[in-house]
Write a protein that binds this ligand. Sequence first.
Ligand code: SAM
Length: 283
Amino acid sequence: MVIANKIGTLYIVATPIGNLKDFSFRAQETLQKVKLIAAEDTRHSATLLKHFNITTPIVSLHEYNELERSKVLIAHCQNGDSIALISDAGTPLISDPGYRLVQQARLTGILITPIPGPCALIAALSVAGLPSDRFVFEGFLSAKPSVRYTRLNQLAKETRTLIFYEAPHRLLDTLEAMVKVLGSKRKVALAKELTKLYETVWEGSLNLLLTQLKDDSILSRGEFVVLVHGAEEDQEDMETKALNVLIPLLKVLPLKQAVVTGSEITGIKKNYLYQLALKLNNG
Ligand code: SAM
C-alpha cells in the first residue's frame, strides 16, 4: 500500500508596518511552526523574528528570484513541509513580492492560507475620512513623469476613492502632478508613518496640502499613503450608466426592486434611480 505524503501549507503572513505590537499571535505561532520562512529581505526580517524568538530558517524571495525560488518552495510543500511568506512590512503581495508564488502554488493544489494583519492602505483608509465603501488601490505611480501623468489622466474621472503608495522623495512631484491633472480643489488625505511614533494624517485640498508640504522639512523621511477623493460623477455619464441598467431591469422586475438592484449594480443612489425609473415608466 502506498501512503500519500501529507502536503504542506503555504501561509501568507502579515507583519507589522511599524508597531511591533501589531504582530498577531497567530502570525507569530505560524512563523514558529513552519519549516521555512520566505522573506523579501532576510536580514531585515531576521531582526523582527529575533525580537519574537522565532528561530525558523529563512530564505529570500524577492522580485528577481521569485520565479525560481517559488519552484523550490512549492517542492517543499509537496514534500509535506509547511512554509510561510512574509514581506518587509505589512501584507505580502500588496506592492510586495509573492504573487507569482501564490499563482504557481494554486496550480499545484497546495493549500494556501492567509494570516491577515497590518496593511498600510487599509490602515490609512480607515482614518482618512474619505468614502471607504468603494476604493481603488493604485500602488506606486511610475517614477517616469510621462507614465505618471498618463496614469493620472486615466484616473481623472474615477469616482471611487483613489489610494497610492509613495516614496518620500517623489511625494511633492506626485502631488504637483495630481494638482495639474485632478484639479487643485480635489480633497486629499496623506497618512504618514502609520502606527509609528510620528504618525500623522493631513487632510485638505490638493492645493493646500501641496503648499503646506513644500515648507515641511520632516517630509524627507517616512512612509506615506496618499488618498484622493474620487471625481464627482459626471451627470451625463451617470444618466447613461443608470439607463443602461434600469431599462432591462424594469422589463423583468417591479419598479422598487429594479431600483434597489440597479443601485447595487451601479453604486448610484436609489433616490436618483427611483426618479429616473418613474420617468421611464411614465413613458
Ligand atoms: N505590503 C505593504 C502593505 O501591506 O502595506 C506595503 C509595502 S510597499 C513596498 C511600502 C509602502 O507602503 C511605503 O512606501 C508606503 O507608501 C506604504 N507604507 C508602509 N508602511 C507604512 C506606514 N507605516 N505608514 C504609511 N505608509 C506606509
